[in-house]
Design a protein around this ligand. Structure first.
Ligand code: SF4
Ligand code: SF4
Length: 443
């Protein structure tokens, strides 16, 4: 199950090339502020306005954020990341806006540019700050509103913009489209697996991701093995297989909607009762919540993260596993969007219990888990590297405190960031995939 490190290094090099592949934005400089304000105006509803009014400056959010903890840079205090949005709110929407207009300057293009680093490269929208805020301010959600404003002002960081532009224009991510998926399926068939692609009707639509097709091929193989082992009526669809949604990550809602609607409409055409999202943290909210909003009606199927699905099958006794043994000591890293945002904590732990391993929790675990540092697209942002490194260093301390021999997770982006950090610091602790452990130990 070890991945070829040459393949991993090649993938990392491909990511470094992304800024050169980004097309210039089509937003003229003198229209950026207008476009950002138009988004802010739409997004600041009564709920967001209340939150923007509520901060009591207690500072607790700073102590919750991995980037502030690691750097102690006051610029990285979570609530500070909302300064631009708050200024817009005070001048344009607040009850005393006439007064604020007298004492606060209007937003400028330079203000937008200065905010780019705060909301893209220094925030993974992990939600840990909102968890501790005594006023219940959902800072991550409003960081995302700010991202949306900047995205429509043409200020998505170049690396992320390159992938968003590719997904928006060609529907592919890192060049992976239907042909590459079919090739991956043929490779699995050559290994003896049945891979149902493009069935007309199916009970379960299984998504995968570019990361699994290109890099974590064992995760894709393990997913196929599990579906077949359970005897499900399932399919992968070559026109709707990509779980990753770079429209969501960038804040560019048009791309986000088209990517999620592609999946939703295919699932409806199949008559699917369930869509299973691969080991990809943000693919889960991209379909389950943002996808439902984009659809404009409740989704007529259940959306499950792969780790959630595996856990439920184990708990129901339908998925039985061969115990690995308690001499394998592991810890589990909860991907923020699946765990803290999605509430999927018990399911992956049920899988690890069924595998009979010695599971050791990190000092900060479950809802309090620290982000890997690569979420919300930071893994493709060139200038985010110091932040990714800082978060990894904290995560490494957390893992080492457990004495575990490996870290298991259920998100390809988390794996990439943890593996990159391990490579940088010559850390030999393996980073493992939950579904790969399951696939290798089916009873
Ligand atoms: S959402 Fe996470 S990364 Fe962003 S400010 Fe809050 S704690 Fe920090
Ligand atoms: S924890 Fe909440 S109330 Fe306290 S400073 Fe942060 S945003 Fe403001």
């Amino acid at each position: 199950m070890a991945i070829d490190m040459n393949v991993f290094r090649g993938f990392a090099e491909q990511i470094k090339m992304l800024p050169q592949m980004a097309r210039p934005t089509d937003c003229p400089d003198n229209e950026r502020v207008k476009h950002a304000k138009a988004i802010f105006s739409t997004k600041i509803d009564a709920s967001n306005a209340t939150q923007l009014e509520s901060c009591v400056h207690c500072g607790l959010c700073a102590e919750a954020c991995q980037f502030y903890i690691q750097t102690e840079d006051p610029e990285l205090t979570p609530i500070h990341k909302l300064d631009l949005l708050k200024r817009y709110y005070r001048r344009e929407k607040a009850p005393l806006r006439w007064l604020h207009r007298l004492i606060e300057p209007d937003i400028t293009e330079a203000d937008l540019e200065a905010t780019q680093h705060l909301v893209y490269e220094s925030c993974t929208e992990c939600g840990r700050c909102g968890l501790v805020c005594p006023m219940g301010i959902d800072i991550a959600a409003m960081v995302h509103v700010t991202r949306e404003g900047l995205a429509h002002a043409g200020l998505i960081p170049a690396g992320l913009r390159a992938v968003e532009q590719e997904q928006g224009s060609r529907g592919t991510v890192f060049g992976v489209g239907p042909d590459q998926l079919r090739q991956a399926a043929d490779e699995l068939r050559a290994k003896g697996h049945e891979v149902p692609i493009d069935k007309d009707k199916a009970d379960v639509l299984v998504l995968t991701s570019t990361i699994d097709v290109l890099l974590f091929k064992d995760a894709l193989e393990a997913t196929v093995k599990v579906m077949n082992h359970l005897g499900l009526d399932w399919t992968i669809h070559s026109c709707a297989f990509e779980g990753a949604n770079f429209g969501l990550l960038s804040g560019y809602s048009e791309v986000q909607k088209s990517a999620s609607e592609r999946i939703t409409s295919q699932a409806i055409a199949l008559g699917a009762r369930m869509v299973i999202v691969p080991e990809c943290g943000h693919a889960y909210p991209a379909l389950r919540w943002a996808g439902a909003n984009a659809h404009g009606a409740p989704l007529p199927f259940e959306v499950m993260a792969l780790s959630e699905f595996l856990g439920r099958e184990v708990m129901a006794g339908r998925l039985q596993l061969n115990p690995i043994g308690a001499d394998k000591h592991v810890t589990y890293h909860d991907p923020c969007k699946i765990g803290r945002h999605g509430g999927v904590f018990d399911e992956p732990r049920a899988v690890l219990q069924a595998l009979g391993v010695d599971m050791r929790e990190m000092p900060s675990n479950r809802t309090a888990n620290f982000c890997c540092g690569g979420g919300a697209g930071l893994f493709v942002m060139e200038k985010a590297e110091p932040m990714r490194n800082a978060a990894f260093d904290l995560k490494r301390q957390q893992v080492e405190a457990t004495g575990a021999g490996s870290v298991v997770t259920a998100c390809g982006s988390c794996r990439i960031n943890l593996m990159a950090g391990a490579g940088r610091t010559q850390w030999s602790t393996p980073i493992e995939s939950l579904v790969e452990l399951v696939g290798a130990n089916l009873k």
